[in-house]
Each structure stands twice: as structure tokens, then as C-alpha cells.
Design a binder for this molecule. Structure first.
Ligand code: GLC
Ligand code: MG
Length: 249
């Protein structure tokens, strides 16, 4: 068997079925020890909320951790400092204060807790009923003022405003190039809107069986031989996909 770069979202992807997680962990741990496979978590959670999850669930220590929807990369999850080189990439054309000033005029946007805000991520709650009107309006409001942003709406409730240079997929590309891993030997797994970016590149992708509507809709419009929609949920779906692509037996 060959080493591969394994990248996975946490909530409702890797985490959600404890029995399947234990079985997957065993395979991945063995693969890492035997063949040098690398394990990366890519989560919407901040480092603070990641650490909370790590106390509740049995997670293998990752080789790198991407938090906050791709806006922070940690090579040592025990470190407080995220990767500076990546922060430099994100800072290009980004003006946080100006964006917040505009977004604050929208009454339908409720700021998420302070722990989920960071220099390159501005997060709100936005109801599904308001989203259809607010998202295009907010986007053109920001883009018309020449602000380099990207809006990511997940789970019909979370809105993240990110730099146009950043998201889970671009963070994955950054890591892949740093570690010199090919797209063919990279696989990413996810279940919701903020994971769509993971599936836009040439890497292989596994969409778990319990994926949210926004990701299912995207998949049906973007089917490709590099993408696999699993039957099983959460870690069970990941294992199914890894076997489908021949990464594990
Ligand atoms: C996580 C983060 C939140 C974000 C959401 C969707 O729940 O804590 O800030 O909006 O993921 O990306
Ligand atoms: Mg998720």
C-alpha cells in the first residue's frame, strides 16, 4: 500500500458515529505507522472549539490542523501560534474592519461568539429564510467596494466571510504543495457547505452519506470521477470511500 494525504472535516464527517470512528482510526493509525500516510483535520471550528471536541471524542493526533474554515493552519495543535506564511497569503486585499462595518448594517446577521471570529474570518448566524435575499445583496455590497471576500454558507445557518485567498480547499492546496504530495494521492472528506471548497481541486473527494443539502446539490451539478458519494454516514462513509479509491483495503 502507498502513503496518502488524508484530509477530513470533523463534525458530521469524521465525528458522528463512534463505532465507525474507532474502526477508521485503527486503519488510519496503522497506515500512518506502516506507510507514512499523513492525517489532517480541516474544521470550521476555531482552535478553542477543536480542543473541546478533542476532549470529548477519540481523535488521532493530526499531522496538521486546519481550523476556522481554512483560515488558520497549525503544524502542532498544542501550539498557540498558527502558520505565518499562510496568514500572509490571506492578508492580501483583506480589510476586516471595512467588511464588518458593512455587514453590521444587515439586521438578519447575528454575530457568532467571539471565539469563532479571527483576523481572517468573520462569522454570523443567518436563517435559511433570510439567506436567499441577504447573501447576494451582501456579496455585491462588499464586492462593489472592491473588498476581496468570499461568502460561505453552511448547514442553513452559518455564514462565514473569508478572504478570497482562503477557504478549506486553498488551505489544503497550501499544505499539499508544502509537503509535495500529488493530487492523485490526496483525498478530502466532508459533509457540508464549507467543505465544497475541498472538492473543487483535482484531489479525490469523499462526500459522506449524511451530507447536507447544499453539498448534495453541489455534487449533483459537479459529478466527477474524482468524487465519491458514500452510502454510509460519517466515519463509515469515509471508510467506504477510502476502499472505493483503493487507499486502504
Ligand atoms: C463551525 C464554526 C463556525 C462556522 C461553521 C461553518 O461551526 O465554529 O464559526 O460558521 O463551522 O463554517
Ligand atoms: Mg461538517
Amino acid at each position: 500500500m502507498n502513503p496518502f494525504l488524508f484530509v477530513t472535516d470533523l463534525d458530521h464527517t469524521l465525528v458522528g458515529d463512534d463505532t465507525a470512528l474507532a474502526a477508521l482510526n485503527e486503519k488510519l493509525d496503522y497506515h500512518r505507522q506502516q506507510y507514512g500516510t499523513k492525517i489532517v483535520y480541516s474544521t470550521g471550528r476555531s482552535l478553542y472549539l477543536y480542543r473541546q471536541l478533542a476532549t470529548e471524542k477519540s481523535l488521532l493526533p493530526p499531522d496538521a490542523l486546519i481550523t476556522s474554515v481554512g483560515t488558520e493552519i497549525y503544524f502542532e495543535p498544542t501550539e498557540a501560534q498558527c502558520d505565518r506564511e499562510w496568514a500572509e497569503v490571506l492578508s492580501q486585499g483583506w480589510n476586516r474592519d471595512k467588511i464588518v462595518g458593512i455587514a453590521d448594517n444587515y439586521v438578519d446577521l447575528t454575530p457568532q461568539p467571539e471565539s469563532e471570529q479571527n483576523p481572517f474570518k468573520i462569522s454570523y448566524y443567518l436563517s435559511e429564510s433570510a439567506a436567499e435575499e441577504v447573501l447576494p445583496q451582501l456579496e455585491s455590497d462588499l464586492v462593489d467596494r472592491d473588498l476581496k471576500i468570499k461568502l460561505i454558507y453552511s448547514g442553513s445557518k452559518d455564514l462565514d466571510i473569508l478572504p478570497s485567498n482562503g477557504d478549506k480547499g486553498l488551505a489544503l492546496q497550501f499544505l499539499r504543495h508544502k509537503w509535495e504530495v500529488s493530487a492523485e494521492t490526496t483525498v478530502a472528506c466532508g459533509d457540508s457547505g464549507n467543505d465544497i471548497a475541498l472538492f473543487r481541486g483535482e484531489e479525490k473527494g469523499i462526500i459522506v452519506g449524511n451530507a447536507k443539502l447544499e453539498l448534495r446539490q453541489w455534487y449533483h451539478q459537479n459529478q466527477d470521477k474524482t468524487l465519491y458519494l458514500a452510502q454510509a454516514h460519517c466515519a463509515g462513509g469515509i471508510l467506504e470511500g477510502l476502499e472505493y479509491f483503493g487507499f486502504v483495503k
